[in-house]
Design a binder for this molecule. Structure first.
Ligand SMILES: Cc1cc2nc3c(=O)[nH]c(=O)nc-3n(C[C@H](O)[C@H](O)[C@H](O)COP(=O)(O)O)c2cc1C
Length: 191
């Protein structure tokens, strides 16, 4: 059975980001995966302290809630990163989570520059964004950049695309039903 672990990088436990992520997980569960979700609002994941102790091995020296999240992430087959768009970027919560994935990645310095390597078997990774701007294409260059940056380590992640909801602050976002269908299908593809 495959394992899918999600981090909901929104301060709102029941907001639009959470709605997308739970629909993704529903798809993954229906396709046979074991699923687990962490909410930023109670996971107690703080920032990377840049101590570089994870350069020696795959452990994080910062003893906060990320210890639990990392334990799940390390043996996950797929990861879901949910984020509201804040100031045209991922939320601070989601960024902290992404930075804290550094223990999954090995780094050696070579005369040609830093060389990155995967410390764990390749994981699928899917991003889910909620944004208030109605045009879901407006941040595509940024979302592409986030996906390509997570792909920079050979063999660490295989990106499974983005699920994006616009008009997230309106009571009934016009694209909601279609986006939830996409979320469910994307979740199935993670299993
Ligand atoms: C600090 C802040 C900055 C925001 N910046 C943007 C933005 O740049 N573009 C956008 O479309 N929506 C922006 N929003 C709206 C959020 O994307 C929206 O509140 C969020 O998608 C709702 O998701 P949630 O229910 O999970 O919080 C911003 C909201 C906050 C609180």
């Amino acid at each position: 059975m495959s394992k899918v672990v999600a981090f909901i990088g929104s301060p709102h436990k029941e907001g639009r980001t959470a709605q997308l992520v739970h629909e993704i997980l529903r798809g993954a569960r229906d396709a046979g995966a074991e699923v687990k979700a962490y909410n930023a609002s109670d996971a107690e994941v703080g920032p990377c302290m840049a101590c570089f102790s994870c350069r020696e091995g795959p452990e994080c020296a910062t003893k906060d809630g990320m210890q639990n999240v990392l334990a799940d992430v390390k043996d996950a087959d797929a990861i879901v990163v949910g984020s509201p768009v804040h100031m045209c970027q991922v939320s601070a919560h989601a960024k902290m989570f992404l930075d804290r994935l550094f223990p999954l990645i090995g780094l050696t310095m070579t005369p040609e520059g830093p060389s990155l390597s995967a410390r764990f078997p390749t994981k699928k990774i899917l991003f889910a964004y909620a944004q208030n701007v109605p045009d879901v294409g407006v941040y595509t260059p940024y979302f592409d950049w986030v996906r390509s940056s997570i792909s920079a380590t050979p063999g660490a992640f295989i990106t499974m695309g983005d699920v994006v909801l616009g008009s997230s602050l309106t009571p009934e976002p016009p694209g909601l039903a279609v986006t939830l269908e996409k979320a469910y299908a994307a979740g199935k593809a993670l299993a």
